[in-house]
Design a protein around this ligand. Sequence first.
Ligand code: GDP
Length: 468
Amino acid sequence: MASFYPGSEDTIAAISTALGEAGIGIIRVSGPDAFDVGNRIFRAGKKARRVDLRAMPTHTIHYGFIVDREETVDEVLLSVFHAPSTYTAEDTIEINCHGGIYAQKRCLEAVLGAGARTARPGEFTERAFLNGRIDLTRAEAVMDVIQAKSRMSLNASLSQLKGSLYEAIFSLRSRMLERAAFLEAALDDPEHYSLDGFSKQLEQESVSWDREISALLHTFENGKLIREGIHTAIIGKPNAGKSSLLNRLAGKELAIVTEIPGTTRDIVSETLRVGDIILNVEDTAGIREAKDLVEQIGVERAIASAEKADLVLCVLDTSIPLDPWDERILGMLEEKKKIILLNKSDLPPVIREEEIRAIAGETVPVLPVSAKDGEGLEELEQLLRDMFYHGEISFNDEVMITNERQKECLERARQSLHLLNEGLLAGMPEDVCAIDLTDAIEHLGEITGQTVREDLFDEIFGKFCMGK
Ligand code: GDP
């Protein structure tokens, strides 16, 4: 493959699997010398014979050993992929070695000793982009697929990986490009191209393009919630059942606990799942460990944490009467999306729904639940769908904006279209309007990578994990 960007003549290598004890580990090697690197260290079959990987058919797997300076490093399976039908569109080998930390590191060392250099995080995907195999939306989707925490999030990322967002942007941008090209031709050659009625038509088109962009921008909030989850605060007085509810929703194996050390008290956030919906609950250490935390730190702190959240789950114990703490919390946070959970619904209720409504208002959802036996959790899922996703949702094929970068590019494109539209309405000359049209086209191109900005690469690929 012809190299047309700096560094593409290098052959890069990295461990592509997570470094820990596992069944297998994969070392990926990509670049013009991938087969030569393999030839230097791979010995095929039980008899460990030298072979020429370049002569092997593409997409084949070979049994053998990695041998580094006379020392047998590991027993492996080596896959051969010829360019261009590979992840990076370059010649690639993948070495499946044993999944131990030492075995993987030692195999990587052998590969590096044989002439490859260590890949930067995301460099394989960056190459796939630079070699024209995928656009930037698909590159971003790769990482989203890896980081997906729910079925919805995975579906949305897979749809983007298949090119749904790329196609939407490509189609819109092509229509704009066509008009820009015509305008340019007409300005250059007025004798053969007439601009009669062009401004009027372009003005109408700019309104319809603006609508398409707005519709895409509209998907951002949903996309963000699907990807990152709903930022949730669980509040309620001690013994209301907050930790029981957390445990019920988390399930030991599902909980993903992130510890951020170095803070005065470790903040622990947990990813909880209610059906398909992801809730991110911060400060779970406070909820789980310090039973008297609320009394210790007071209502103010509980409200402050709730104020930062997208959703507040107020947990009440229905088996005991309301007290001033509950009343204060219920009467606050009027602007927030909140759900009042009447926990311990398995016990005889003491609090009536009317009492709560009298304080919290008629519209706030009140739901009986039991952290003990799981009652009410399906209803909670439906309620969350209604509140955050406008009812039923299926994200199989929907085009969706999932990250800030895409959103900002779309906003800039829309801004340029507004300027274009204002200019046309004000009767500005076509050549001035052409500037705004070109700007809008450029901004859309940044989403897919058709307009290349060098600084984008670090921004996008720097966030990738090693070996991808
Ligand atoms: P927190 O202080 O709000 O975190 O409350 P906990 O989750 O520690 O629960 C306090 C007590 O209430 C514990 O003894 C739980 O077993 C009990 N509890 C929690 N949820 C329920 C429930 O739904 N039904 C019943 N019967 N007991 C519950």
